[in-house]
Design a protein around this ligand. Structure first.
Ligand code: 5GP
Length: 202
């Protein structure tokens, strides 16, 4: 018997908030937290590895898997498709394992609608909008048009933070990871997540 159901920690942030790095560090530092690997039709960036950062798939494959009902959520971001596989999530919930999903606001809404009480939503922002712009430019993987696109989208995404359960202002990564850790620890202790027949004293 599992003492509790698994939790889906959904991490959303405007592009450039340092979320991907934060997500990677969180799964390294927080015990028993697995990173959900998304499907995407976008091209790999330098250094990205198929099956580690994303499953890089063609648009045809993405559409096919979507039609077969394999995706728990999907969204089009900057002209590319992104989606989360349903099976690993449902297995994790049933087996009492926790997963971290690094997905956008549209995806977070779909995951919430599907898995309600098993979802914890966390929004990450840099301290100021200017910080976001600096981080985006430092990354230098996009041209100016793309940067402007991401900045405009970031402003729009920012408006969604009241829909989330937690807000983390990412001024210092170690601090942000600690905050994420605190959220995970507290959420894991919630009585409402325990199996009905959980009886620690028996
Ligand atoms: P990037 O291309 O920079 O890795 O990601 C762009 C945006 O897509 C980020 O906001 C990221 O969180 C989001 N994203 C990544 N994977 C998924 C996914 O599976 N579903 C959704 N809805 N968004 C995703």
């Amino acid at each position: 018997m599992r003492p509790r159901r698994g939790i889906l920690f959904v991490l959303s942030a405007p592009s450039g908030a340092g979320k991907t790095t934060l997500a990677r560090e969180a799964v390294n530092k927080i015990p028993a937290l697995e990173l959900s690997i998304s499907l995407t039709t976008r091209a790999p960036r330098k250094g990205e590895v198929d099956g580690v950062d994303y499953y890089f798939v063609s648009e045809a494959e993405f559409k096919q898997r979507l039609a077969r009902g394999e995706l728990a959520e999907h969204a089009n971001v900057f002209g590319a498709w992104y989606g989360t596989l349903r099976l690993p999530l449902e297995r994790a919930i049933a087996e009492g394992r926790d997963m971290l999903l690094d997905i956008d606001v549209q995806g977070a809404r779909q995951i919430s609608a599907l898995y309600g009480p098993d979802v914890v939503r966390i929004f990450v922002i840099p301290p100021t909008f200017a910080d976001l712009e600096i981080r985006l430019r430092q990354r230098a993987t996009e041209d100016e048009v793309r940067i402007q696109e991401r900045l405009a989208r970031a402003r729009a995404e920012y408006q969604a933070y009241p829909e989330y359960d937690y807000l983390i202002i990412n001024s210092e990564r170690t601090e942000a990871v600690k905050k994420l850790w605190a959220v995970a620890v507290a959420e894991r202790l919630k009585v409402s997540r325990l199996s009905r027949d959980f009886a620690p004293w028996n």
